[in-house]
Ligand binder design. Structure first.
Ligand code: ZN
Length: 328
């Protein structure tokens, strides 16, 4: 509890000191010019190991022992990297489909003293049912969630190592959301449970980072990342800025300048409820409906076989480039 209070006091102080930029200034903060600074190397192999480690626990479905064990693993890992005082959980309970679920958002803050902050997020829970699996007898079993869940977290855990070893020029908060993927298809109110909790009961009242970046399904081999439509409508300048950085450092073919699909995800909740410009980096194709997602999506094929060190490394490279070389 004490760590939690310390964090709140420090961050509240930051909120009081910082002033909210005017819209014109806000536009400027999404221009990520090359500042010719050295950036620390993001390790795709370590990130891949972070995927495997999560899969070893089994599906991280809220309410299961695997979920509880994974929560402990994240807390221990992040505390070792960010320090005891800078990591805390936001625990909450929801009753969904008659099940009482204990869930936790997990937050790690780096460069705690900085008033100027950004946040990076991913969901850590696993979908409880493989409702898209070709084998209809296995559709009620939970998916492994290697890409859908574990990949984004795997990037953030490796990022935590980098942030610990290389103090960033801006405050960086990592947020692992729980309960993103619990709802049955069509039950949108039972998705994004952790993001909703975080937005409706902010652990740090008045929290105003410059922006947020959500990572979801960022680990598949040859994954392509079109510009997701909700991200464009809430924060076009940020999307364009991030995609330009990706192209500058050689990933233009993987981050094409094309308008993708509109995908409901945790970032929509953050934009709607908190007004923090937050975008989604998510592997999908152009199109509409569920056909935009890759074939393994919400099936048992979402396992380690489809994950690539290279893709994880690319995502981490783009983020380290932004944090260490593009932010004034
Ligand atoms: Zn999903």
């Amino acid at each position: 509890m004490r760590t939690y209070n310390t964090l709140i006091v420090l961050l509240l102080l930051s909120v009081t000191i910082a002033c909210t930029p005017e819209p014109e200034e806000r536009k400027g903060i999404f221009q990520f010019d090359d500042l010719n600074r050295n950036i620390p190397a993001f390790n795709g192999d370590s990130s891949y190991a972070n995927v495997l480690k999560q899969l070893e626990f089994g599906p991280r479905v809220p309410g299961t022992p695997a979920h509880a064990a994974t929560r402990d693993f994240f807390l221990n890992t992040l505390r070792a990297r960010a320090g005891q005082r800078s990591v805390f959980t936001q625990d909450f309970t929801k009753i969904i489909y008659g099940d009482t679920l204990q869930m936790s958002n997990i937050i790690a803050a780096f460069n705690l003293e900085a008033s100027d902050r950004i946040f990076l997020c991913a969901h850590w829970d696993t979908r409880p049912r493989a409702d898209r699996d070709p084998d209809i007898t296995r559709r009620n079993d939970p998916i492994p969630g290697a890409d859908d869940g574990a990949s984004g977290v795997a990037v953030l855990l490796e990022m935590a190592r980098i942030l610990a070893e290389n103090p960033p020029p801006i405050g960086v908060d990592l947020v692992l959301f729980d309960g993103e993927d619990y709802g049955r298809e069509g039950d949108l109110q039972y998705y994004f449970l952790g993001a909703r909790e975080w937005a409706e009961n902010p652990p740090v009242p008045g929290y105003r980072p410059r922006f947020g970046i959500l990572l979801d399904m960022v680990g598949a081999r040859d994954a392509i990342f079109p510009k997701e439509q909700y991200s464009l409508s809430y924060a076009r300048a940020l999307v364009d800025g991030v995609w330009e950085v990706a192209s500058d450092i050689g990933y233009g073919n993987r981050f094409p300048d094309i308008r993708g699909a509109a995908i409901s995800d945790d970032h929509v909740v953050v934009n709607e409820k908190l007004g923090i410009p937050t975008i989604n980096i998510i592997h999908h194709n152009q199109g509409s409906g569920n056909s935009v997602f890759p074939e393994y999506w919400h099936t048992h094929a979402d396992n380690a076989d489809i994950i690539s060190e290279e893709t994880l490394g690319m995502i981490g490279h783009i983020l380290t480039e932004i944090i260490y070389n593009r932010i004034r």
